[in-house]
Write a protein that binds this ligand. Structure first.
Ligand code: HEM
Length: 443
């Protein structure tokens, strides 16, 4: 229908411009005599007639193709101008041409009403086409509504469901609002301090914000892991990952300077043995990003045997060093709780993503572009060096202000453990040269 609509209004435009403007205006031009004016008129009207036919045929074809009944009431408003066009083409224009010819030859033909008929027909054509066009316009916008309903019906039919039930449900559905959609009320009741120190809520909320950001990162990484490689998508997602990590790094001051020092150091003892160490989202990112062998530090590499299984890797994984005394075999409560809750899940995920981690997929890329390599390096550095360093600085700010080296809630040898130099955690080790690896965590 849009073609018919466009052609209708173009048709109106042409007829108005030529018949109601050009036809009489040209005689006012200096030097245009009656024979010259009639000569131009004959030329222009014959051209207009051909253009009108183009529009008329285009509209007719569009109506036929749209499977609407040609003889509908509205289409009569098209059929009437079409009939008038036929009359003009085969009767009026030839007759007017003949009169023009007589004028040009200097003869004076007898008076006739042919001009009045022509003007009358033009007027009727314009009025009919205008109403026809307006109705077409309304129908076109209604059609898109119909189309939407048809599509909805198709969607539910394909699911083997009754579309009507869903449409009725839509009729009853309450309009959505911000607080329900974003779950604001639930979200804002998730802060449950265990002491009366005001800043404890800041501590909880910033951890929650971080967990949400880590979840956003998992959301992006999973898509790269489970979907076929496409460089443009990887670049886009890595930019997102770098942006999220930069936000976490940039905002860590909320922890470092945003809590009262004494209050924090008092309320934190109530939180023992809980520790950020127990963030499973942090560990999920590691498992999705890299092969387990990259999560084993220098000491671990010496301990672990040949062809380690997934369980062996988890036995020697770097983060166990935060809570396991490898000489006595004793585990901290922080580590015990964490393993009891999440170890099976982490091992399951590691088995599932074996050969499919970001690093595995990157290693399979033929001729990986420098741009992509740089984005991967940037992410590796932000997540495994820059964030750990701001985190460590904050720990030092609260736990080691005057070199007193307080015990952390998770009970680790945190000064050593948290340093990237010690952890040696890298997602894409092949992207770093020997020198960079030796100096890992120095900046
Ligand atoms: C005052 C602020 C903070 C201090 C003093 C602090 C201190 C520590 C310490 C000492 C550890 C080592 C484990 C332990 O012994 O408990 C640790 C681990 C950890 N913390 Fe924090 N932390 C702070 C804020 C945060 C925040 C906001 C997060 C965000 C979720 C976080 C996430 C982690 C993670 C993921 C680990 C494990 C790191 C790893 O294994 O590499 N921490 N933190």
């Amino acid at each position: 229908m849009p073609i018919a609509l466009i052609c209708t209004f173009l048709w109106i435009g042409f007829v108005c411009a030529i018949s109601f403007m050009e036809a009489w205006l040209k005689f006012r031009a200096t030097g245009v005599t009656l024979p010259i004016g009639l000569g131009i008129g004959r030329l222009v009207f014959n051209a207009l007639n051909k253009v009108e036919w183009v529009f008329a045929i285009a509209i007719l074809l569009n109506l036929l193709l749209s499977k609407s009944t040609i003889l509908s009431l509205n289409n009569l408003l098209y059929l009437l101008p079409l009939t008038l066009l036929i009359m003009q083409t085969f009767w009026l224009l030839p007759a007017l041409d003949a009169r023009t010819e007589l004028h040009i030859q200097g003869q004076n033909p007898p008076p006739s009403n042919l001009h009045f008929y022509y003007v009358g027909m033009e007027f009727i054509k314009i009025v009919c086409l205008f109403i026809f066009g307006i109705t077409l316009f309304k129908n076109t916008s209604n059609m898109s509504k119909e189309q939407i309903i048809n599509d909805i019906e198709k969607k539910y039919q394909q699911l083997g469901e009754n579309p009507e039930t869903y449409l009725k449900g839509l009729l009853q559905a309450k309009p959505i609002n911000y607080w329900d959609y974003v779950e604001v009320e639930t979200l804002l009741t998730l802060q449950k301090p265990r002491t009366n120190f005001k800043d404890e809520e800041i501590f909880i909320m910033y951890h929650q914000v971080t967990e949400i950001f880590l979840k956003m990162m998992v959301h992006e990484i999973k898509q790269l892991v489970y979907e076929p490689f496409e460089e443009s998508i990887w670049l886009e997602k890595l930019e997102r990952l770098n942006r999220y990590t930069n936000m976490l790094i940039g905002s860590f001051d909320v922890m470092k300077y945003g809590m009262n020092y004494d209050d924090y150091n008092t309320f934190r003892s109530t939180l023992t043995p809980a520790s950020g160490f127990q963030s499973v989202t942090f560990r999920l990112i590691e498992i999705y990003c890299t092969r387990l062998e990259n999560l084993i530090n220098e000491e671990g590499k010496k301990r672990i045997g040949e062809n380690p299984s997934t369980n062996d890797y988890f036995e020697h994984i770097y983060w166990k060093d935060a809570g396991l005394n490898r000489t006595t075999g004793k585990k901290s409560l922080t580590l015990l709780q964490f393993e009891e809750k999440y170890l099976d899940r982490l091992i399951g995920l590691a088995n599932k993503t074996k050969g499919e981690t970001l690093e595995d997929k990157f290693l399979k890329i033929n001729n990986c572009s420098e741009t992509l390599k740089n984005k991967l390096r940037e992410f590796d550095h932000l997540y495994n060096v820059a964030w750990p360093l701001v985190h460590l600085e904050t720990a030092q700010h609260y736990l080691d202000l005057k070199g007193e080296s307080k015990v952390a809630t998770g009970g680790s040898e945190w000064k050593k453990y948290l340093h990237p130099k010690f952890q040696q955690r890298k997602f894409f080790p092949t992207l770093w040269n020997d020198n960079e690896i030796t100096n890992w965590g120095s900046n």
